[in-house]
Design a protein around this ligand. Structure first.
Ligand code: G3P
Length: 218
């Protein structure tokens, strides 16, 4: 399972990269705004800065909602750096744009996916990644993990190569459950990734080992 971090915060991206388990980064317009990155040139520069920190794929989202606009923006993003994946919304024009980029060997991430049917269309258009938002489904009392399960079944039935990128991951159990279902990738906050480190028995066991060592080596 690949681990992506879902942020535009360079310090957090560095921290995850230094942990040695990071496979990529996802961003979106809200995450860029949260970091105060505004203006086209600053946004483009920020994507390059992210690519220079991590080794893997970096999703950069188009703002345009029409086909021509997405193509223009997506091509500009893809030219920034070889690690850039063009992130496209799950709309009619988005699917057309996805197919356009697939035909030109440009990686894509179809985002804002909330149903198995949408995921099927994204795979048909050759998306590199499909991003079902599990946390936002949970928010409206729907089982986000069930969607990952459905997409896994559909993609396996037809050996689609599109990778299931579980997005809107909020906590460690989302990660563990996505791994059990077989999501190819998860993207979440640093807190969800580092949360995987924690167990009280690890802490108490380590404290005991250190205490016993000190008793015997006084
Ligand atoms: O990966 C998608 C993500 O950025 C959305 O997360 O927590 O805003 O639903 P959230």
């Amino acid at each position: 399972m690949k681990f992506f971090i879902d942020t535009a915060n360079l310090d957090q991206i560095k921290e995850a990269q230094e942990l040695g388990v990071l496979d990529g980064v996802t961003t979106n317009p809200s995450l860029m705004a949260k970091e105060g990155i505004t203006g086209r040139n600053n946004i483009l520069k920020h994507y390059v800065d992210i690519c220079n920190i991590v080794d893997g794929d970096v999703s950069a989202e188009v703002i345009a909602t029409d086909f021509e606009g997405m193509i223009k923006e997506g091509e500009e993003l893809a030219e920034l750096h070889e690690q850039i994946v063009v992130k496209i919304p799950m709309t009619k024009d988005g699917i057309k744009a996805c197919k356009y980029f697939t035909d030109r060997d440009i990686k894509t991430n179809v985002t804002l996916v909330f149903s198995a049917g949408q995921a099927l269309l994204a795979a048909k258009a050759g998306a590199t990644y499909v991003s079902p938002f599990i946390g936002r489904l949970d928010d409206i009392s729907t089982d986000g993990l069930n969607l990952i399960d459905e997409i896994r079944q559909i993609y396996d039935n037809y050996a689609f190569e599109t990778e299931i990128l579980a997005a809107s991951v909020r906590h460690t159990m989302h990660i563990v459950n996505c791994a059990k279902i077989g999501a190819d990738v998860m993207t979440g906050p640093l807190s969800a990734i580092t949360g995987l480190l924690k167990h009280p028995l690890t802490d108490s066991g380590l404290a005991q080992f250190i205490a016993d060592y000190q008793k015997g080596n006084q």
